[in-house]
Design a protein around this ligand. Structure first.
Ligand code: NDP
Length: 264
């Protein structure tokens, strides 16, 4: 199936690892030009070098930037405009979760989570909006979490902030469609990627392999597919929603959780 994005331009925030990186690979394989950002210069240049082994350099732009710093995001947008002259798809993926129950969550963490989940989308949207408005296939696609609809006690601040993001993206979908911009989200369950690798490195029982550790988590949590997702799986969902294949879809939240969703 043709995704109709050849020669188009996609911006992926947080593309230097995990889901964002796999999304870049799929976009490039479909013929799109890509721009991506992350905070760590080392991770960014490693990702850029890996992508350039398989795809032409002129179709890839990596820019060091923290999505929470509006001036850095504005610089990123200026560089994308200079290089590609357009943006058709904005994929807001940058972020991480915060694991803590209510009594372990300091006020600072509440503020950080709210800031990351909301301004991690608001800042890139403001910076790239003028270019998106000029596109005839414009889309904004946000990586969100099932926590938005199905909160977990051990991630109370992240769950609340995810719900706020889902609420905001639904409103944005109504407001931006008049400019021809679709806005959708994916709702993730647990996906093997950077944040799980970090938690694996910190596990208490170091005799467990990655497969044993992730399999035990999936079973303990009751994921019907009995495994964590692979980063390519949300990446595929992101590509569908971002591309003209989803041309009549806006305001949607697509579940990518291996059947972990229990809400109606
Ligand atoms: P990774 O840690 O592998 O990737 C996160 C990416 O975001 C990295 O490139 C990281 O680079 C970048 N990033 C983080 N914070 C910022 C920032 N402030 N500004 C710019 N870039 C940033 O994790 P995942 O691939 O798993 O996560 C992708 C998204 O999916 C995140 O939003 C995460 O919260 C969400 N998610 C993931 C789940 C999972 O189970 N994996 C579950 C639910 C949601 P750097 O650190 O260098 O900035």
């Amino acid at each position: 199936m043709n995704l109709q994005i050849e020669g188009r331009v996609a911006v992926v925030t947080g593309g230097s690892s995990g889901i964002g990186f796999e999304t870049l690979r799929l976009l490039l394989a479909e013929g799109a030009n890509v721009a991506f950002c992350g905070r760590s210069a080392e991770k960014l240049s490693a990702a850029e070098a890996t992508l350039k082994q398989d795809f032409p350099s002129e179709r890839i732009l990596a820019h060091r930037c923290d999505v929470l710093k509006p001036e850095q995001v504005a610089d990123f947008a200026r560089e994308v405009e200079q290089r590609f002259g357009a943006v058709d798809m904005l994929i807001n993926n940058a972020g991480q979760g915060f694991v803590a129950h209510f009594d372990e969550t300091p006020q600072e963490a509440w503020l950080n989570e709210a800031q990351l989940k909301l301004f991690g989308v608001i800042n890139p949207l403001q910076a790239f909006l003028p270019m998106l408005e000029r596109s005839d296939i414009a889309s904004v696609t946000c990586v969100n979490s099932l926590l938005a609809l199905q909160p977990e006690e051990h991630m109370i601040a992240t769950s609340a902030a995810r719900a706020a993001l889902l609420n905001m993206t639904l409103t944005l979908s109504k407001q931006l469609i008049d400019k021809g911009i679709r806005v959708n989200s994916i709702l993730l369950g647990m996906v093997e990627s950077g944040q799980w690798r970090r938690r694996f490195a910190e596990r208490s029982d170091t005799s467990q392999s990655w497969e044993q550790w992730t399999g035990a988590i999936a079973e303990h949590r009751g994921i019907p597919m009995k495994r964590l997702g692979k980063p390519q799986e949300p990446a595929q969902a992101l590509l569908f929603l971002a591309s003209p294949l989803a041309s009549f879809t806006t305001g949607a939240a697509l579940d990518v959780s291996g059947g972990f969703n229990r809400h109606l």
